[in-house]
Design a protein around this ligand. Structure first.
Ligand code: HEM
Length: 501
């Protein structure tokens, strides 16, 4: 017994030494192992990845390798060289990393699914002909949830709420009702989802405390239950998205339990980003009056020329909105922070855009973090910390999409949707939904900050790497229905609904 323990301990010690004695070879990126054996920079990385990687960038330049909890991670921050990583499916792989994450966060095992087949299925459901059906349904749900929201109150009374809660709650519920074709108000799913979402970063890093672990398990279990086919089948038509998704999983050989769990993954993928994005957009507009005025003036223009079709979806489909589009792109530049990770499955030579070559070792990982560059890179975007609503607008009101680094025009000047083979499938749907939402709020509500001097809350630094950032705190706003003809119609609808209920 003692011998076994001794052998185990010395094995562990040898492994630890082997890992901590790695040295940089001539043709490899700069190596920064950090002072802690095995852990390396793990603590700093999980606390605030943007701050840590920014410091490493200042020290080592646009490519370097850091040790994070036993993993050697090569971080590439030159957007002109991103394609060398994203287009490589032979030496680099993302399925194993993804599968590990799915197991850890969603208790989900889908090893038999072919990523291309899954992606094709998703494209069929979120793009092309499906897109306009989804967008109309989303618009109808947003409208009716906003009505219901006002129903319990006198519509002309001012109400107060946190802007983040307001945006997340409305967009989540409308998105859920659209995708899962339900008729309830989705509040129970939303409440449980928010608790789960709050623990997501810790779940992914495996750093939950004891009590949190219990909460995460119970939220997951409750959400599996709420989303389970038994409950959902009542409200869904036979062609619903979730039924079709289960059919797809079944064909791929996924068992019933995993099919149930996969619905939570889909709920998270499709609903966790739009609400926070709408919050930041409205938050930036409220705290930048000249931007708010420019967007409102563009929206007024749409309504003036098209009184006969006042529905948001029709107006936004029929007209281009370059100012709103630019404000949204600028918002996403400042607050979308995906990390694109790959595992090196064979030793690889990485050829950078400037001609430098680096050897990457099998077993290491490569990570692109577009938030630092291109999005917050001062060489690409002047004064990158500042919100400029017209940053993506040319003087002739066309979309500005030419940005340069080192004199070279960039293919990727901002990357909120990821890129390459894993680029967001729901991009078009998300853009339409966020624009519909902002249009609906600005045309029907008087919306003000409770404190006119208030600033946007800072970002929660633990969320870097998980898509849209979330605020640490909220921005208190007050709102009431407007007295315009359009809002009066909404008000009349509220009264009719009140009488009926
Ligand atoms: C502001 C809103 C959104 C942002 C910023 C966003 C961003 C992203 C990003 C960065 C990825 C790639 C993740 C990676 O490379 O690991 C992704 C994937 C995905 N997104 Fe979005 N997303 C948004 C909204 C939506 C919506 C509303 C839907 C659904 C209708 C959606 C559906 C998907 C799907 C299905 C994938 C997985 C694609 C794959 O695995 O190949 N997204 N999204």
């Amino acid at each position: 017994m003692l011998w076994t323990i001794f052998l185990l301990l010395s094995g562990l010690l040898t492994l630890l030494l082997l890992y901590s004695t790695r040295t940089r070879q001539n043709n490899e990126p700069p190596l920064d192992k950090g002072v802690l054996p095995w852990l390396g920079h793990a603590l700093e990385f999980s606390k605030d990845a943007a701050k840590f990687l920014g410091r490493m960038k200042d020290r080592h330049g646009d490519i370097f390798t850091v040790r994070v909890a036993g993993i050697y991670l090569t971080v590439l921050l030159d957007p002109n060289s991103f394609d060398a990583v994203m287009n490589d499916t032979v030496f680099l792989d993302f399925t194993r990393i993804r599968n590990k994450l799915l197991q850890r966060v969603f208790g989900l095992q889908l090893p038999c699914i072919k990523p291309q087949a899954e992606r094709k299925w998703m494209e069929q459901h979120f793009q092309g002909v499906s897109l306009s059906k989804l967008s109309s349904s989303m618009s109808a749900h947003l409208h009716s949830l906003l009505l219901r929201n006002q129903k319990e109150f006198n519509p002309s009374e001012w109400r107060q709420d946190g802007l983040f809660s307001l945006c997340y709650s409305l967009l989540f519920r409308a998105g859920y009702l659209t995708m899962f074709e339900r008729r309830d108000d989705a509040s129970a799913v939303y409440e449980e989802f928010r608790k789960f979402d709050d623990l997501l970063a810790k779940l992914a890093r495996g750093s939950l405390k004891r009590g949190e672990s219990k909460t995460a398990d119970s939220c997951r279990g409750r959400l599996w239950e709420l989303l389970s086919p038994k409950r959902l089948s009542g409200g869904s038509g036979s062609n619903s998205w979730q039924q079709s998704y289960r059919g797809f999983l079944q064909d791929e050989g996924v068992d019933g339990e995993m099919q149930k769990r996969a619905l939570l993954l889909q709920l998270w993928t499709t609903q966790c980003n739009a609400g926070p994005a709408a919050f930041w957009l409205l938050g930036f507009l409220l705290t930048h009056p000249e931007a708010m005025e420019a967007v409102k003036s563009e929206i007024r223009g749409l309504r003036d020329t098209n009184q006969q079709h006042p529905a948001a979806i029709t107006l936004l489909e029929a007209h281009s909105t370059p100012v709103l589009d630019s404000a949204l792109s600028e918002t996403l530049r400042l607050t979308a922070a995906v990390m694109i990770n790959r595992e090196v499955v064979q030793d690889k030579t990485l050829l950078m855009a400037g001609g430098r070559r680096y050897h990457l070792r099998k077993g290491d990982r490569v990570c692109l973090f577009p938030f630092l560059s291109p999005q917050m890179d001062p060489q690409i975007h002047q004064e990158p910390q500042i919100f400029k609503y017209d940053r993506f607008l040319n003087p002739d009101s066309t979309v500005k999409d030419e940005f340069y680094k080192d004199g070279k025009k960039l293919k990727y000047s901002t990357m909120p949707w990821g890129a390459g083979s894993s680029i967001c499938v729901g991009k078009q749907f998300a853009v339409t939904a966020i624009k519909q939402f902002v249009f609906l709020l600005l045309t029907n509500l008087d919306l003000e900050m409770c404190d006119p001097e208030a600033k946007l809350p800072p970002v929660n630094p633990s969320r870097y790497g998980f898509g849209m950032l979330q605020p640490d705190g909220d921005l208190q706003v007050s709102f009431r229905l407007k007295r315009t003809p359009r809002a009066m119609k909404l008000r009349a609808d509220v009264k009719t609904q009140r009488r009926k209920s």
